[in-house]
Design a protein around this ligand. Structure first.
Ligand code: ZN
Length: 302
C-alpha cells in the first residue's frame, strides 16, 4: 500500500486526527491559555472542534498553524505537504493546482505556506572539531529592473554552508563580498571547523576565523585533491538549480528565502540520512506551528 493511500489524505476527519497526533502528542493544548485540562470535543461542531473548560475558548488543531483560516480541507493540505516532500525538486503551484483541482491563487498560497513550515528556526552552528563544512555561492533568476549583462550583477545570490554527511543551510544574500558573507559564516559555523571553499577572494581570510581553511583552485582546472573539494555543496546546488529552473521559473526576490528553505529542508531530510517520504512529510508537519502567513503579508504575485 502506498503512503498516499493513507486515510488522512482523503478524509478530513482522519487528517485532523493525524495533525492532532503530530502536534499534540500529549493531548490537546488550548491556544489561548495553554491549558490541557478539561478540554472537550464540541458535540455537533465542525470537524476537530474543541473547547477549553477553564477559558471557554473554542479551537481546532489548525489554530496558530500555516493551515489556519482558509477554505482548503485539511486532507488536501496534507496531500500538498506530501507532494512537496516526496519529489526531489519540489512541485510548482501550477502542478499543485492541477493535482488538487484548486485555483491557482490557492495553490500558490499553499506552496508558500508549506515552505514556511519547512523553515528551521534558530539552529546551533554547523561544524566543530574534526568536522568539515563546505561553503559556496550560486546565482539564480533575474532581478527586476536590471538588464541582462555578463556576469552575475542581475541575478540573485545564494550562499550555502554544507556540513559533510550532515545538513545544509542556505541564505539569500545581498552580494558575494566578504562583507556580505563573513558575518553569516561566522554566525553559523563553529570556529573549530575545517572549512572548504573555492579560491574566490571573499574567502581569502577564513583561516583567521576557523581552525583550518582549504580551497580548491577551480581557476587552475582543479576539481579537488583528496579531502580538499567542494563536491558536496556543488551536489546540493545541482538539485537546487535544476529545481529552481524547471519548476520555479518566476521567483520574486522577496520569496526567495522560502524556496531556499524548501531545498534545505529536503536535503536535511534526505533518503541518504534514512529519512523516507513518509518521515519527511511528518517532519514538515511538525514545522507548521507558529509560522502563519497571511495573504496581506505575502502580497501575492502570479
Ligand atoms: Zn483555554
Amino acid at each position: 500500500m502506498s503512503f498516499l493511500s493513507a486515510p488522512y489524505f482523503h478524509d478530513e476527519a482522519a487528517a485532523y486526527a493525524e495533525l492532532e497526533a503530530t502536534l499534540w502528542p500529549h493531548g490537546p493544548v488550548c491556544p489561548r491559555c495553554g491549558g490541557m485540562d478539561r478540554i472537550t470535543t464540541v458535540k455537533g461542531g465542525r470537524i476537530g472542534l474543541k473547547r477549553c473548560g477553564p477559558c471557554k475558548r473554542q479551537f481546532t488543531v489548525k489554530v496558530g498553524t500555516v493551515f489556519e483560516s482558509n477554505h482548503v480541507p485539511l486532507n488536501q493540505w496534507l496531500q500538498a505537504v506530501y507532494l512537496m516532500c516526496s519529489s526531489k525538486k519540489g512541485i510548482s503551484s501550477h502542478q499543485l493546482m492541477r493535482t488538487l483541482d484548486v485555483q491557482y491563487k490557492t495553490a500558490w498560497f499553499m506552496t508558500h505556506r508549506i515552505r514556511e513550515a519547512m523553515k528551521s528556526g534558530r539552529l546551533p552552528p554547523l561544524g566543530g572539531v574534526g568536522v568539515t563544512v563546505e561553503i559556496d555561492e550560486t546565482f539564480i533568476g533575474q532581478k527586476k529592473d536590471r538588464p541582462k549583462v555578463r556576469g552575475y550583477a542581475h541575478k540573485h545570490a545564494v550562499m550555502t554552508l554544507v556540513q559533510r554527511g550532515g545538513s545544509a543551510r542556505s541564505f539569500h544574500v545581498d552580494g558575494t563580498s566578504a562583507a556580505d558573507l563573513l558575518p553569516i559564516i561566522k554566525a553559523n559555523v563553529e570556529p573549530g571547523t575545517r572549512v572548504m571553499t573555492d579560491e574566490a577572494g571573499q574567502y581569502a581570510h577564513l583561516n583567521k576565523h576557523f581552525t583550518e581553511h582549504d580551497f580548491v583552485r577551480h581557476g587552475a582546472g582543479e576539481y579537488g585533491r583528496g579531502e580538499t573539494h567542494t563536491n558536496t555543496v556543488e551536489g546540493f546546488y545541482s538539485v537546487f538549480k535544476r529545481g529552481m529552473k524547471g519548476v520555479y521559473q518566476h521567483c520574486a526576490e522577496k520569496h526567495l528565502h522560502r524556496y531556499v528553505a524548501e531545498f534545505d529542508f529536503r536535503y536535511n531530510n534526505r533518503a541518504r540520512l534514512g529519512v523516507g517520504d513518509q518521515q519527511r512529510t511528518e517532519n514538515a508537519l511538525r514545522g507548521v506551528v507558529g509560522k502563519r502567513l497571511t495573504y496581506r503579508r505575502t502580497n501575492i504575485q502570479a
